[in-house]
Design a protein around this ligand. Structure first.
Ligand code: ATP
Ligand code: MG
Length: 260
């Protein structure tokens, strides 16, 4: 799949006519004073951060920290109780068409792998003439050509997760948000999904993903947002965060000693 990533990168370059990354239309993402209240308590409180670059941002934190809620707010599926979210000056609702969110428990349609991807393209009104080539290129990127005619729901969990990612990537979003993309997968399938995430990143897409898996954070993150009990405890480059986290709760989490 590394090879497939290079293919997409070169395709993108051809589209742009040069080798540079163009300015990213939806960045910076600026979140200020974000709060979300539900069930008579604050699920998120006073969360502020700034993401200027199209790198891989990992939202790390234990179960119940508020990671999924934060992604859903950023994608415009939930409304903030307090604070603001700006995607390069756009509201989440106005920016949503340039983004894709893969939910924590995504559902594939009762169709073939190819049929699932094609359906996503139709729903988002990609012109008919472009659909077949887009499906082909997407299957190639995800290493799924040999499975294209299989009913998607008969695939293994790892394969299904790659199809889900491929289906989201088929829309060529500027930002891809992934909520715990490998939480139910074994180490081999996890690596397969991580390779695909790297390939999508190599094509210039901003990745924002959640995980509670520290090793996955180490493997994938350029920067880490560490959430705990609805608060953003630390935002740091991954190297710094994992080598010497400044917040005690982050250090405890990395050592596997964070009490709930
Ligand atoms: N709509 C809602 N109403 C009430 N409580 C909610 C709502 N959505 C989330 N919560 C609560 O907010 C907290 C954070 O939930 P969230 O799903 O964001 O956690 P998470 O960090 O994604 O956890 P996990 O790692 O288990 O996926 C949880 O305690 C959850 O029960
Ligand atoms: Mg979650």
């Amino acid at each position: 799949m590394r090879q497939a990533g290079a293919t997409v990168e070169s395709l993108r370059r051809r589209e742009r006519g040069d080798g540079t990354r163009p300015p990213h239309p939806l960045l910076p993402l600026t979140v200020r004073g974000l709060g979300f209240w539900a069930g008579e308590r604050w699920i998120l409180k006073d969360v502020s951060f700034h993401l200027p670059d199209a790198t891989r941002t990992v939202i790390l934190g234990p179960n119940g920290a508020g990671k999924s809620v934060l992604l859903r707010l950023c994608h415009g599926l939930l409304r903030p109780g307090t604070g603001t979210i700006s995607w390069g000056g756009l509201t989440p609702q106005n920016a949503a068409s340039g983004q894709a969110l893969v939910a924590q428990r995504p559902v594939l349609l009762r169709r073939s792998v190819k049929g699932n991807i094609l359906h996503a393209l139709k729903v988002r009104h990609l012109p008919r003439a472009q659909r077949a080539e887009r499906v082909r290129a997407t299957l190639a990127l995800a290493g799924l050509e040999h499975l294209k005619d299989r009913p998607a729901r008969t695939l293994s969990g790892g394969e299904q997760q790659r199809v889900t990612l491929a289906r989201a990537w088929a829309l060529r979003p500027n930002v891809l948000m992934l909520d715990e993309p490998t939480s139910s997968l074994d180490p081999g399938a996890t690596r397969g999904v991580e390779e695909l995430i790297r390939a999508v990143d190599a094509a210039g897409t901003k990745i924002i993903m959640t995980t509670h898996d520290i090793s996955q954070g180490r493997r994938l993150a350029n920067d880490v947002l560490f959430l705990h009990q609805g608060r953003l405890i630390e935002h740091a480059p991954a190297g710094e965060f994992f080598a010497a986290p400044s917040a005690p709760a982050a250090a405890q989490f990395i050592r596997g000693e964070l009490p709930f």
